[in-house]
Design a protein around this ligand. Structure first.
Ligand code: ADP
Ligand code: MG
Length: 256
């Protein structure tokens, strides 16, 4: 029997902000090829979970493993200590991240935005970085936009640039935190179709979203969070058609 480590494995994860426990014992496995949507009310801890997985928010207890390597901490005979910057970057490398806000540099054109991390962090020579950047832009349908400034793009186009930027470093898992929530309704579709195309290519994805239609059709798993816990998870068919908990039933009613 071969046991490949999960792409992401979360065990007993806890996160506090001061006195407040925001994640209260999260267990979650994301396997290669999964497209998992996290749904749940505002304040339930969805963003904190994603940020803790990537160690943008250092978690307090439990653990996150990415392809079998612990994120952010290392075990020593004397207990746990924070991983060094290089080790953290190494464990984080398979993760690509896309947020609600695009965080593009206004003074750089689209291609420079997309290739910045490759060139500065990964030290890829300009010509090679640009080749990768053009390919990533083509993938999100923005091949013709390389020379444009972000300000001349629509919100949907900006978010597609942010997705292209994340793709340049060849992530094995893409984390999305409400990628369409800041967009005008008519721009949501183009971003969701880029995400659907990624899913169809087999990209492993963990997506916080309020787009229930997307979750129902593109995800193979849906995870419902409330109050810092996972309350229910399962296939979209079972979760949407036959919620077990009162909390999920109520949550779904507000989105119908
Ligand atoms: P969601 O993404 O589901 O809306 P969040 O993960 O953003 O929820 O937040 C969960 C809870 O943690 C909320 O009550 C929020 O106010 C709190 N929280 C989030 N980030 C911080 C922070 N940096 N400092 C203090 N409290 C925070
Ligand atoms: Mg959030």
């Amino acid at each position: 029997m071969t046991t490949r480590p999960a792409a992401i494995s979360v065990r007993g994860l806890e996160k506090r902000f001061g006195e407040r426990t925001v994640l209260n014992g999260i267990d979650l496995d994301i396997h290669a090829g999964d497209v998992a949507c996290i749904i749940g009310p505002s304040g339930s801890g969805k963003s904190t979970l994603l940020r803790s997985i990537a160690f943008l928010d250092p978690y307090d207890a439990g653990e996150v493993n990415v392809f079998g390597r612990m994120m952010g901490w290392r075990e020593t005979p004397l207990g746990r200590e924070r991983a060094g910057a290089k080790e953290l970057a190494d464990v984080r490398r398979p993760l690509g991240m896309v947020f609600q806000h695009f965080h593009l540099w206004p003074h750089m054109n689209v291609l420079d935005n997309v290739t910045l991390a490759l060139r500065l962090v990964h030290r890829v020579p300009r010509a090679e970085a640009e080749e990768t950047g053009h390919a990533a832009l083509a993938k999100v349908g923005l091949a013709a936009f390389a020379d444009r400034r972000p300000e001349s793009l629509s919100g949907g186009q900006k978010q597609r640039v942010a997705i292209a930027r994340a793709l340049t470093v060849k992530p094995k898992v893409m984390l999305f935190d409400e990628p369409t929530s800041a967009l005008d309704p008519e721009l949501v579709g183009e971003v969701l179709s880029v995400m659907r195309a990624l899913a169809a290519e087999g990209m492993t994805m963990l997506i916080v979203t309020h787009e229930m239609g997307f979750a129902a059709h593109a995800a193979n798993r849906v995870v419902f969070m409330d109050g810092g816990r996972i309350v229910e998870e399962g296939s979209p068919q079972t979760l949407f058609a036959a919620p077990k908990s009162e909390r999920l039933s109520q949550f779904l009613q507000t989105w119908r």
